[in-house]
Write a protein that binds this ligand. Structure first.
Ligand SMILES: Cc1cc2nc3c(=O)[nH]c(=O)nc-3n(C[C@H](O)[C@H](O)[C@H](O)COP(=O)(O)OP(=O)(O)OC[C@H]3O[C@@H](n4cnc5c(N)ncnc54)[C@H](O)[C@@H]3O)c2cc1C
Length: 450
């Protein structure tokens, strides 16, 4: 049995590793971006000089041969589902028994005038990082358009090299489609405190060329012209599935799959950023474009292939990011606006730049989700509490158990309890657990590990 995987990102590589663990099948991974798997989430740190590209590879180069996973650095240009084969850019043809499409995303295009000028780019791939290195050499000013996670990463990257940045965010405050108002405002303030020229309610309208075909400035939808020599387009990503056109594999925005990650074509599966569920799980999106869901899809499809049909079951939602040095984490569901059966408890400390929000059912007080800024908590503890439907009161009294850094955060816990007791008159909650877990424990929650 020959398993061929398109894409050596987290989803394709996880599938390969798990199929190898569970079987002796022949495995080939074909990918066009890089010879070896690397951590996409660490690209920014290469630009910022915190690590070399070599260090973003979670496995040594010998690992693949030792585990009999054949790697090919090539691009698939066509999939022939009748002949069960792939045509590669190099002219080679590869036959498969089972095909896993794990081709990921690419940066969304804005469609604006000037988008193809030199000095205008997105950030997704290793090649994008290399272009950014060249495009930002000796520049005086940059503009980043798009107030999501990649946008703020690009801002931080440029700032680390002392390049002044204007950051265009079309919303009223940063990432308001994901963060509740208070958190969104807190992050906006944090960005502005870094002396970033953050412009809310502002969209990019046009990118202006100089005589050499390089960007020389931009115009916003407020008709302001800003001189710059670099424009980062960070308006989201889209599944990179152009090569599947006409193949007979059903696609919408992504490759359509059922809960077993099967496409409409027998023996063809899709996982990771490029997969679009025909039926989404409650509250989750049709396309999930985060690191840990790619990993879970890789494990799931591997189990289906070497063992038995296994449905995608990603468990409790989790996400984490950093806005410069401000940690953000969310466990379970915290939406920008409350659900109709929900109430919220929110504590913030402006001086410490930290906040905690717990959304809970108004009748039972069972918690639905927790969002933190400026503090790192334990995903396993919150997963358990959410799954066991622990009440808000229980969680507050046992908060030290969820603390990742008890020394540092112990001061906040009493303040959080006091805030609860003051807000909800008649309550006298008390901290029950005094000790958090050891500081030396490795936090298993961080989303960026392999
Ligand atoms: C800058 C950046 C920062 C991020 N930070 C975070 C974060 O902090 N936390 C988080 O959870 N998520 C983060 N993400 C998202 C996360 O990286 C992605 O969800 C994840 O990498 C997707 O994995 P994947 O395996 O599905 O696809 P990818 O990692 O995109 O891998 C797919 C591979 O397939 C290759 N490929 C595509 N088409 C072909 C073809 N026709 N032939 C051959 N090869 C092909 C691609 O070149 C690519 O190498 C970040 C993304 C970016 C861009």
């Amino acid at each position: 049995m020959h398993i061929v995987i398109i894409g050596n990102g987290i989803s394709g590589i996880t599938a390969a590793r798990h199929i190898r663990k569970g079987s002796d099948f022949r495995i080939t991974v074909i990918s066009k971006e890089s010879e070896y798997f690397f951590s996409r989430t660490a690209l920014m740190y290469v630009y910022m000089g915190h690590m070399k590209f070599e260090h973003t590879k979670p496995y040594e180069d010998w690992f693949w041969k030792k585990n009999r996973i054949d790697l090919m650095h090539d691009e698939i240009t066509q999939v022939d589902i009748q002949g069960k084969s792939l045509i590669l850019h190099s002219g080679k043809m590869i036959a498969y028994d089972k095909l896993i499409i794990a081709c990921g995303s690419s940066s969304r295009k804005s469609g604006l005038p000037g988008e193809d000028l030199k000095g205008v780019q997105g950030l997704y791939s290793k090649q994008d990082l290399e272009s950014m290195e060249i495009n930002t050499k000796n520049i005086n000013h940059a503009v980043i358009a798009g107030g999501g996670l990649i946008g703020i990463e690009m801002v931080e990257m440029l700032t680390s090299r002392n390049i002044p940045v204007t950051f265009l965010v079309r919303e009223k405050h940063y990432w308001e489609s994901v963060l509740p108002y208070e958190e969104s405002m807190m992050v906006s303030k944090h960005i502005m405190a870094r002396k970033i020229d953050l412009k809310h309610n502002t969209r990019l309208k046009e990118i202006l060329p100089d005589q050499q075909g390089r960007v020389k400035g931009i115009v916003t939808d407020q008709n302001e012209t800003i001189a710059c020599s670099f424009v980062g387009i960070a308006i989201g990503v889209a599944p990179a599935i152009d090569f599947l056109k006409g193949s007979g594999i059903a696609c919408r925005r992504g490759v359509l799959v059922n809960k077993f990650l099967e496409t409409n074509v027998p023996d063809v599966y899709a996982i990771g950023d490029c997969a679009e569920f025909t039926e989404r799980l409650p509250y989750r999106k049709h396309i999930e474009q985060v690191w840990y869901t790619g990993r879970i899809m890789g494990e799931t499809v591997a189990a289906t292939i070497y063992n038995k049909a296994t449905a995608y079951s990603p468990g409790i939602w989790f996400n984490s990011a950093k806005f410069f040095d401000l940690e953000y984490q969310t466990y379970g569901w915290v939406f920008p606006r409350l659900l109709k059966e929900e109430l919220t408890f929110h504590w913030a400390n402006a001086e410490a730049n930290a906040s905690l929000r717990i959304n809970f059912q108004h009748d039972t007080h069972a918690i639905n989700g927790v969002m933190t800024l400026g503090m790192r908590m334990r995903q396993d503890t919150f997963n358990q509490w959410i799954a066991e439907k622990k009440t808000l009161e229980y969680v507050l009294e046992h908060l030290p158990e969820a603390n990742f850094d008890p020394e540092f955060y112990r001061q906040h816990e009493q303040s959080i309890i006091n805030h609860f007791n003051n807000t909800f008159a008649g309550n006298a909650l008390q901290l029950k657990s005094k000790r958090g877990p050891s500081r030396n424990t490795v936090n298993p929650t961080y989303s960026t590990g392999a």
